[in-house]
Design a protein around this ligand. Structure first.
Ligand code: ADP
Ligand code: MG
Length: 329
């Protein structure tokens, strides 16, 4: 097996006015080398929190993340132990990972030197990396503000690669870019994943891009993964009613989307999650037990995983089209 990252029953909490809020409420994930795992779900469901906990920016309240055989610890003063240098995050805003006052060359070279390369070799490698991400060689002598948003994101990716990343957690890496840069940067990421056998978690609210580039997809709802499967499984035969609603949602230009009319209400507040299945108050197929018993995250016969009382471990997925819906009361 080529597993490079595993997330086991991970819980991440924030402290809000003295109350603990579980933004990630028990998540299991696996990632292989050379694989793109799309992570989708409505705004506020915990995607960014999960991403930050995977790379150690946030600490786990429970559970653990195993990267390349070792548990990830929370970073202290932003410092990353040697073993975890190749676990890197790419943010929506690349300014988050670039120093605005240092030239690009110095920043990429620093990444290489920290990664163990001798300074005498680092300049040539930095030029190579900039070429890899599609930037001209003279970019080395310029400052971050002298680039467009798309170019800056390329630089942030080059920096992550300078640390010879073997896993990239990319949190909405193209959401702030114009349409043509979106296509270019997403193609760049896909090529890097395949050529360098890097594993990538691609976090996005944009389902069409996730569908286009991912190998597998994880669907998150209110701090939990409700379904993971291949792109084909998720789009052709979703096994969780939330997955089905999400892929039927209508995207808007401002990045928000309207959920279908039969999915009432907003995402509930993680401060007081519903009992039983967290999705039951909005689920068109909810049964009485759904309000009481939390469904386990089980593996079906077709290898996908899902947390829904309609689906049984080891069995073929039940088609949601065939289940009579509960009339709205
Ligand atoms: P997403 O990336 O899916 O939009 P987030 O991980 O940003 O979701 O947020 C998940 C939940 O955690 C939301 O309810 C959000 O309000 C809350 N949250 C995020 N960051 C903080 C923080 N620094 N302090 C307290 N609550 C937070
Ligand atoms: Mg986010």
């Amino acid at each position: 097996m080529n597993e490079i990252l595993s997330v086991d029953d991970l819980v991440v909490e924030y402290n809000r006015d003295g109350t603990k809020v579980r933004a990630v409420a028990g998540v299991d994930l696996r990632l292989e080398k050379g694989e793109i795992l799309g992570l989708v779900g409505e705004s506020g469901c915990g995607k960014s929190t999960l991403g930050k906990a995977i790379v150690g920016i946030l600490g786990a309240a429970e559970g653990e993340v195993i990267f390349d055989g070792l548990p990830v610890k929370k970073l202290t003063r932003g410092k990353r132990p040697e073993h975890f240098r190749n676990l890197q995050m790419v943010f929506q805003d690349p300014y988050g990972s670039l120093n605005p006052r240092r030239k690009i060359g110095a920043q990429v070279i620093d990444g290489l030197v920290i990664g163990g390369m001798h300074r005498s070799k680092a300049l040539a490698r930095a030029q190579e990396l900039l070429a890899t991400v599609g930037l001209p060689a003279d970019a080395l002598g310029r400052f971050p503000h002298q680039f467009s948003g798309g170019q800056r994101q390329r630089i942030a990716i080059a920096r992550a690669l300078a640390a010879s990343a073997s896993v990239l957690i990319a949190d909405e890496p193209i959401s702030a870019l114009d349409t043509s840069s979106q296509a270019q940067v997403s193609n760049l990421l896909v090529n890097l994943v395949h050529e360098l056998s890097v594993g990538m978690v691609f976090i996005s609210h944009d389902l069409s891009i996730v569908r286009r580039i991912s190998d597998r997809v994880a669907v998150m709802y209110l701090g939990k993964i409700v379904e993971t499967g291949t792109v084909e499984q998720i789009w052709e035969s979703p096994a969780h009613p939330y997955t089905k609603a999400l892929i039927a949602a209508i995207p808007h230009a401002d990045g928000r989307s309207s959920m279908p009319a039969d999915l009432p209400g907003d995402v509930p507040n993680p401060m007081s999650p519903p009992s039983g299945c967290r999705f039951h108050p909005r689920c068109p197929l909810a049964m009485p037990e759904c309000a009481v018993v939390e469904p386990e995250f089980v593996t079906l016969a077709d290898n996908r995983q899902v947390a829904c009382h309609l689906q049984k471990a080891g069995q073929e997925p039940v088609s949601l089209e065939l289940i009579p819906r509960v009339p709205a009361s």
